[in-house]
Structures are given as structure tokens and as C-alpha cells.
Design a protein around this ligand. Structure first.
Ligand code: PEP
Ligand code: MG
Length: 325
């Protein structure tokens, strides 16, 4: 089977009916990088910058951050890399950033919320990213965005760093693309506003699912109770894909569901054209999509979701569809 996936590696990632799908990989450390070529990913859809902070016992200095980001871009050569700014807090505890004891850490002082309160931290990281990407494209996205005020603040911090570096004559990236992760359901009701402020979005379906259904993603007693192939969640995801198409904004999904072939198939049926996953999932997902009639699936899914008699989950229908193809 490994053999077969290796064979698929150099085949273009296009569905049977001719729709190109970007297959990207998730990474977080330099050791992940060789997998880009091995798995045949088209880029890094999610680089989790917090890993460098989580494995360190003291705050990584700006030049350590810059060195890592430059090495990642070097390793990716021409392939696009999307860096996510620090996503700590919640379950990702970084002792030297102050351990906070919170009753609901997932809903607490984390990610962008913490970063916007500590602009020194965020500006250091943004500066390291901008310097590392000198002469090439920089794609940076912010985690756990909840409202447009946060998005504007994050964008302003980035603009200030660009202005600062320009003023002091530093070499700059050829272009800077800014993105937001969609992980908080409140964003589902401000998609057009959000898309006016960003160049791309990426759905963090792990967190979005957790907050959408109010189930702790790490609590196995409840996490398996609801299905990510249930019509309400799929409708939410579809609204994001539709908003992206409507606004001309690139949409990726980088949560774990992207790496499960059946769920990846459903995502393509909903209109996703870019998904990012753990490297070992690329082969199986590619094998699936090469055999997929995306137009047919799309039409069927739309009908299934609109059916008042629809089942609680579309899983079985998707399995039947996959088997019939
Ligand atoms: C997500 O929430 O889906 C995501 C990709 O981010 P993380 O798993 O790092 O929270
Ligand atoms: Mg997340």
C-alpha cells in the first residue's frame, strides 16, 4: 500500500472529473519538512509556530524564531507555507508565558486573545516572520479570531512591523498575505466582513467542531457523540466555502478531518479546493480524489442536506457513494 501511495506522489492532484485539489500538509518543526517531498504535498497549509515555544524552556529569541522560519521557507523552496502565529494557552501551556489556571481553558485566555494583550510577543514574532521571508512571499494567519476588532488589531500590528522594517531599510517579502483561522462559530455570521479584511482563511475544524457542538475535543466521552459528517456541521462548512468563492478569498481546511479520506471527500463535495493534513494522510486522500466525480457528489450532497427527512449523519450515504464509484 505504501508502495502504491509513493506511485501516486507525482500524479497531479485532480478529481476524475477534472477539478484540481490542493493537498497541503501540516507541520510544526523542522524535522517535519522532509515529508513535504516524501508525501508529495503542494505546500504547508498550516505551520504551527507554537511548537518551537512548547519544546523550549525559555522564550525563543527573535533570531531563533527567524532562523526556524527561514529554514522552513528554504526547505519548502517554491511551495507556499502558511505560518500560524502563536496559538498557546488553553491546553497548550507555556510555563514562561505565565501559567493561568482557568476553569474553561478552551474558552479562555489563549491564542490571539493572549497575543493581542502582549503585543511585544506578537510583534517579535511578526518581525521574525517578515525578516525570514525577505525576497519571497509571506503567508501569515491568526488563530482563534472571534470578531472584526481582533482581526483589525492583528492586521495593524502586522502593518506596523512592515512600516518599521521598511523604515530601517530591511529587505522585505515580495508580498505579504494575511489570513484568519475560522475556529469560532461567531465568524460564521460575519464571513463577508471577515473576507474583506483578509487574503485567505483556513478552517480549524478541530476547534470549530468543538465550539459548534459544545463538546470538548479531548474528552472521549463526549467527542465521539457527534459526527463531523452531520448536516448542521457540513452546512456550516459549506457556508465558508461559498463565502470564499463569493468574495474571491482562498479557503483551506486544516483540521484533522481533512486527513480522513471519507471526510476529505465530503469537503470536496462542499466546494473545498484546498485541504491541509498530516503528511501520512496525503497518499490515501489522493487515492480517493483521483477516483472522485466531484460534480456528482456535490449535487447529491446538496440534495441530502436540503432533505427534511435527512439522517442525523451523512456518513453512511457518503460511504455508499464512495463504494459505488
Ligand atoms: C484546528 O483547530 O482545527 C486546528 C487546525 O488547530 P489546532 O488543532 O492546532 O488547534
Ligand atoms: Mg485550533
Amino acid at each position: 500500500r505504501q508502495e502504491r501511495y509513493r506511485e501516486l506522489r507525482d500524479r497531479p492532484s485532480v478529481t476524475k472529473d477534472g477539478t484540481p485539489i490542493h493537498l497541503m500538509m501540516n507541520a510544526g518543526l523542522l524535522v517535519d519538512l522532509p515529508q513535504l517531498a516524501e508525501a508529495g504535498a503542494q505546500g504547508i497549509g498550516l505551520f504551527r509556530t507554537e511548537l518551537q515555544f512548547l519544546v523550549a524552556s525559555t522564550m525563543p529569541r527573535m533570531r531563533d524564531q527567524e532562523r526556524l522560519y527561514a529554514a522552513v521557507l528554504d526547505a519548502a523552496s517554491e511551495a507556499p507555507v502558511t505560518f500560524r502565529t502563536l496559538d498557546v494557552g488553553g491546553d497548550k501551556v507555556v510555563p514562561y508565558l505565565g501559567g493561568f489556571s482557568e476553569e474553561n481553558p478552551a474558552l479562555g485566555y489563549r491564542a490571539l486573545r493572549l497575543a493581542l494583550d502582549r503585543p511585544g510577543l506578537m510583534r517579535t514574532q511578526l518581525r521574525a516572520l517578515l525578516k525570514a521571508a525577505a525576497g519571497r512571499e509571506l503567508r501569515v494567519m491568526f488563530p482563534m479570531v472571534t470578531d472584526m476588532g481582533e482581526m483589525r488589531q492583528a492586521r495593524d500590528l502586522l502593518s506596523r512591523e512592515i512600516a518599521h522594517l521598511t523604515k530601517f531599510g530591511h529587505a522585505m517579502p515580495t508580498s505579504v498575505k494575511i489570513g484568519a483561522m475560522i475556529e469560532v462559530p461567531a465568524l460564521l455570521y460575519q464571513l463577508d466582513e471577515l473576507m474583506r479584511l483578509v487574503d485567505f482563511v483556513s478552517v480549524g475544524s478541530n476547534d470549530l467542531f468543538q465550539f459548534f457542538n459544545a463538546v470538548d475535543r479531548g474528552n472521549s466521552r463526549v467527542a465521539s457523540r457527534f459526527d463531523d459528517l452531520s448536516p448542521p456541521f457540513l452546512l456550516a462548512l459549506k457556508s465558508i466555502a461559498d463565502a470564499g468563492a463569493r468574495n474571491g478569498v482562498g479557503v483551506t481546511l486544516c483540521g484533522e478531518m481533512a486527513g480522513r479520506p471519507l471526510a476529505a471527500m465530503a469537503l470536496i463535495g462542499l466546494g473545498f479546493r484546498s485541504i491541509s493534513m498530516a503528511p501520512p494522510a496525503i497518499g490515501p486522500v489522493k487515492a480517493m480524489l483521483l477516483e472522485l466525480d466531484a460534480t456528482d457528489l456535490s449535487r447529491r450532497m446538496e440534495a441530502w442536506m436540503a432533505d427534511p427527512e435527512r439522517p442525523l449523519s451523512l456518513r453512511q450515504r457518503l460511504v455508499d457513494f464512495a463504494e459505488a464509484n
